[in-house]
Design a protein around this ligand. Structure first.
Ligand SMILES: [Zn+2]
Ligand SMILES: [Zn+2]
Length: 145
């Protein structure tokens, strides 16, 4: 698949990368329909974000269609149209239970930072049940992204 890959400060490329697969039972694979960049991506590209290593697929915002789900995912199935949250949330740790998802001990802002992100044809979403949001019927996906 095609993906936008960070290759160190000031360097990026549209590369051919392997399609992601389910790595944990709580994962979903989402086919990206729309994505965008934000100021944080520009900070990464300047070299301001040391947690983001060279070789990382960028992007942490997206609209997509669920391609595949792990065996523990119950809230989504193949074909569901979803919003990808920039914040991955396990839904179970102390921080998640208090609604402080960005501090999730296994999640938080990891997409396009510590794990491969959404500026790609497909993305692996950890903790899919608590990190994806269903798109209401008839919603304007351009507005949602
Ligand atoms: Zn952002
Ligand atoms: Zn958590």
């Amino acid at each position: 698949m095609k993906a936008l890959v960070y290759h160190g400060p000031g360097k990026k490329a549209l590369d051919e990368c392997p399609k992601p697969d389910i790595a944990a039972r709580t994962d979903a694979i989402v086919k990206i329909v729309k994505t965008t960049i934000c100021g944080t991506d520009l900070h990464i590209l300047k070299g301001d974000v040391p947690t983001c290593a060279s070789g990382r697929i960028l992007g942490h915002e997206g609209i997509g269609v669920v391609d595949k789900v792990g065996s523990a995912v119950t809230a989504f199935q193949t074909g569901d149209r979803v919003i990808v949250s920039c914040i991955s949330s396990c839904g179970k740790c102390d921080y998640c239970r208090r609604g402080m998802y960005s501090h999730c001990v296994d999640g938080g802002w990891i997409l396009g930072n510590k794990i491969d992100g959404t500026q790609a044809e497909y993305v692996r979403i950890p903790f899919a049940d608590t990190s994806l949001y269903r798109i209401p019927a008839g919603a304007d996906e351009d507005a949602l992204v």
